[in-house]
Design a binder for this molecule. Structure first.
Ligand code: GLU
Ligand code: MG
Length: 395
């Protein structure tokens, strides 16, 4: 298995020089690339040479988890927020932002009108239903969100969006980073995941009499995810640098709690606006970033939600303040725990998790853990600034 610095590790099940596989492009998702003229793109599924499903294929795994939920009458709509930072090509590995205009400000758009128009046009011409493009908080940072879709479709679109954004940057002599932390002093790039759960055409994230709106089933699904966030971090915060992004008061959601529209809770309940709630209500998982394999991450989230449904997991009381502003004693009294602070801690919890273990299988669990431990070893002894510098242009 290959690490972010291109070095190679082997685990108990995968990584040696023996064996082969076949990638089958999905003909239903072929896109003629608007950003790379002359090219087309398609996501692929991995099979072995006998035509059997490869035991470590994440897209087919997600399809299986989606099918299992469908067997119980459930469907999920998913969406991602894509944040990135844009710098100039400098000839070295520094990050020089293409704009230092104010956060969320129009001056950032007017100063980069050609670039942002090209991003929007390329995404639209590639069939992406863009909901919104906006300037984000940090210098050179932007964000695009796209319409919710079935989970496999949403993960496919995420990959397409990222590669499109990257290609448009190249055409403008810019360099694009989706890394969780691009410069030490700035708020990083998140990869927030939105989920709603549906049955018979009804969104159960809305319409309940619970504290903020999810129905009992919506609460169970969300409760299952909240309970497994520490384990899911090994999938969703996949790099050593991920844990440098996870700071309080940077909207990264570093506390395992939930609250309505609470940007410091790892699980933000998004109610939507009056008149659209039945369609729009969803849960947003904020702690993850773009180092995650989106197929694996959604498979893990859905498996956790399904376990919550099966066990009728209840949510704790919602949190309507900044959990980082509470004292440790107040947090403990409210049952709010900080998420794992290191990749090593997250791996240990992930390996011991029975629900993710059952969904992923031994071979995939071992492989994910081996890759993560390889990342830790490859960066051992680096200062945080060195970790950031070494991973900034790898994602
Ligand atoms: N950039 C922030 C993060 O690292 C998120 C900002 C926002 O709330 O969209 O997750
Ligand atoms: Mg954002």
């Amino acid at each position: 298995m290959f690490l972010s610095d291109d070095s190679i590790v082997a685990g108990r099940y995968a990584g040696g020089p023996v064996g082969d596989l076949r990638l089958h492009p999905d003909p239903d998702r072929v896109v003629v690339s608007a950003a790379m003229p002359g090219w087309a793109w398609a996501p692929g599924d991995r099979y072995d040479q006998e035509g059997g499903v490869h035991p470590r294929d994440s897209r087919l795994l997600l399809r299986r988890v989606v099918d299992e939920l469908a067997g119980g009458g459930w469907s999920v709509r998913a969406g991602f927020e894509v944040e990135w930072m844009v710098g100039w090509q400098t000839g070295d590995d520094r990050f020089v932002p293409v704009t230092t205009a104010p956060a969320y400000g129009m001056a950032r758009v007017s100063g980069l009108a050609d670039y942002l128009r090209d991003v929007m046009v390329a995404l639209g011409d590639s069939g992406v239903a863009v909901d919104q493009v906006h300037p984000e908080y940090s210098a050179g940072q932007f964000e695009v969100s796209f319409a919710a879709a079935d989970p496999v479709g949403a993960a496919d679109t995420l990959v397409l969006v990222r590669e499109t954004v990257r290609a448009v940057g190249v055409a403008h002599d810019m360099r694009v980073s989706f890394a969780p932390k691009v410069v030490p002093e700035a708020v990083g790039n998140g990869g927030h995941v939105h989920l709603s759960l549906w049955r018979d055409g009804v969104n159960v994230m809305s319409g309940g009499d619970g504290p903020c709106g999810p129905t009992g089933d919506g609460e169970h699904f969300a409760g299952g995810i909240l309970a497994r966030l520490p384990a899911l971090m090994a999938v969703g915060c996949a790099s050593v640098a991920s844990y440098l992004r996870l700071l309080p008061s940077q909207w990264a959601g570093v506390f395992a709690c939930w609250g309505r529209e609470n940007r410091e809770a790892a699980l933000r309940y998004v109610s939507g606006c009056a008149g659209e709630r039945e369609r729009a209500a969803n849960i947003e998982v904020k702690c993850f970033d773009a180092t995650a394999n989106p197929y694996l991450l959604l498979a893990g989230l859905l498996a956790a939600g399904a376990a919550g449904l099966a066990d009728s997991v209840r949510l704790p009381a919602p949190v309507d303040v900044d959990p980082g502003a509470l004292t440790p004693e107040q947090r403990a009294a409210a049952g709010i725990h900080a998420l794992p602070a290191t990749l090593a801690d997250a791996i240990t919890i992930f390996e011991a998790d029975p629900v993710l273990g059952k969904a992923f299988g031994d071979s995939l669990v071992d492989t994910v853990a081996t890759v993560r431990r390889g990342e830790i070893a490859a960066l051992a002894g680096c200062t945080p600034d060195e970790v950031i510098a070494r991973t900034r242009w790898r994602y």
